[in-house]
Design a protein around this ligand. Structure first.
Ligand code: SF4
Length: 445
């Protein structure tokens, strides 16, 4: 049963030392009760209180890290059913499945290609996270060789999918792979391997009831990091299972299902496009790991974008820091443009300036992450706001000319802005960012 903020406060040292980053123990307790901070941030909690608090403050879905070091990937830890209630915490891992039934060249090519499938978007690097190595031949040496090859060359977190887990763990046991899967038949053996190598375990069953019994058994064997596979291999049933599991954990506080899930669209469909569509459903609801048979740029990129959009805070627009951004080594004659700090706006505008190959100064005004038009309507991209920023930021000392190019959509502020910035000439730039290259190429102050 979750504790209230006051109940948690009673168990804290009440010294208000601020070391946790909060001004008082009460503030820390309130945030802890809402699941917005971690107990580990307070170094002074007694062991006795820690036991009580850890139990009460643990997220209803246990977070798990797969892999080590740079390859480590954290997922799970969700606390809400819907994104509008609170931000989703840890995005689901997108995993590429490699099997020992593939030709040697094919497996290598897929792993190598995975490394190239990385995209920068609004300042974030979007990339897949995990490689699932699946054994199908019953040959421990072949499986170990494949694990060795992927482990050495890859740099991603691993899932070992096999009945011969020991063979794979001798190669990469120290890298904390997820081992798949414990079933009611082999739970004791798999739990032993997991404890020996300190690895998380996927539990697979044929129904949710069986799954709950299996996780209870694994927990009883001392396994804490568990990933759920409900065994469903049709998209409809698997989706239903995702929803039931999430609801049971969050609303029903049902601990045996309080774990993240793994879904396998690669075992539900042969058509790559349909497989991607199913995967997109699980990005939204509610998988912790999604295993696909192959990655192609045209199918992976939409999944990465969907994941980014769902796992960012809807109440906090993505924003770039206010300041002067130099693009392409501008000198004192370079153009000066200004835009808002909505990340998407910044990256589109800066990208178009780069495309123009005209070195420029780009001023980014803090508009609390709003786009130019929205910020103008909200009074954040208006002359009285922009004028003091341009003066204070010091761009006037960096350029000989005093010409400021404003977005075409903000043309209406040009007159007032000239009044705010005596000595500056306000020029109205293009309305569409795609017209910036042509505009800059002919620009002459
Ligand atoms: S670190 Fe602990 S004792 Fe100090 S203010 Fe935070 S909760 Fe209170």
């Amino acid at each position: 049963m979750a504790l209230t903020g006051i109940q948690i406060f009673k168990l804290l040292p009440k010294t208000n030392c601020k070391e946790c980053g909060f001004p008082t123990c009460l503030a820390f307790a309130m945030q802890l009760a809402m699941g917005k901070t971690e107990l580990a941030l307070c170094p002074y909690v007694s062991e006795e209180a820690k036991d009580q608090l850890q139990e009460a403050s643990a997220p209803p879905i246990r977070p798990i890290t797969i892999g080590m070091g740079a390859a480590a990937f954290k997922t799970g830890g969700e606390t809400v059913m819907f994104r509008h209630e609170k931000t989703f915490e840890n995005q689901p891992g997108l995993a590429l499945r490699i099997t020992d039934a593939m030709d040697e060249g094919e497996g290598d090519a897929r792993v190598e290609k995975m490394k190239t499938l990385q995209y920068e978007r609004v300042g974030l690097l979007l990339r897949p996270d995990v490689v699932a190595v699946k054994e199908t031949r019953g040959d421990p040496k072949k499986f170990a060789d494949l694990v060795q090859k992927v482990h050495q060359r890859n740099g991603y977190a691993l899932i070992l999918m096999s009945d011969l887990l020991g063979a794979g763990l001798t190669i990469c046991g120290a890298a904390r792979p997820l081992i798949y899967a414990a079933t009611k038949e082999n739970a004791d053996d798999v739990a032993k391997l997991a404890k020996e190598h300190k690895c998380p375990v996927a539990a697979r069953a044929e129904s949710l009831e069986e799954l709950a019994a299996l996780t209870d058994r694994l927990s009883g064997l001392g396994i804490k990091d568990i990933v759920l596979d409900s065994g469903s291999r049709t998209s409809r049933r698997a989706l239903e299972d995702q929803i039931i599991i999430r609801r049971s954990a969050l609303v029903g506080k049902f601990k045996p299902l309080g774990f993240l899930t793994i879904t396998l669209p690669c075992e539900m469909m042969d058509d790559p496009m349909k497989e991607t569509l199913i995967a997109s459903t699980f990005v939204a609801k509610y998988a912790g790991i999604i295993v696909l048979s192959n990655f192609e740029g045209h199918s992976l990129f939409p999944l990465l974008l969907e994941r980014m959009n769902i796992y960012t805070d809807p109440q906090r627009p993505m924003a770039t820091e206010e300041g002067i951004y130099e693009i392409g080594g501008p000198d004192e004659n370079a153009p000066v443009l200004i835009t808002s700090n909505f990340s998407l706006t910044y990256f589109i505008v800066s990208g178009e300036i780069e495309t123009s190959r005209v070195s420029s100064h780009l001023l980014v005004k803090d508009t609390e992450g709003l786009s130019v038009m929205t910020a103008w309507a909200a009074g954040k991209f208006v002359a009285e706001e922009i004028g003091p920023f341009v003066t204070k930021c010091g761009i006037g000392d960096r350029v000989k000319h005093h010409h400021l190019i404003i977005p075409g959509y903000a043309a209406q502020i040009s007159g007032e802005l000239e009044e705010e910035l005596p000595g500056w000439t306000i020029e109205i730039g293009p309305r569409e960012a795609s017209h910036i290259p042509a505009y800059l190429k002919q620009w002459n102050p």
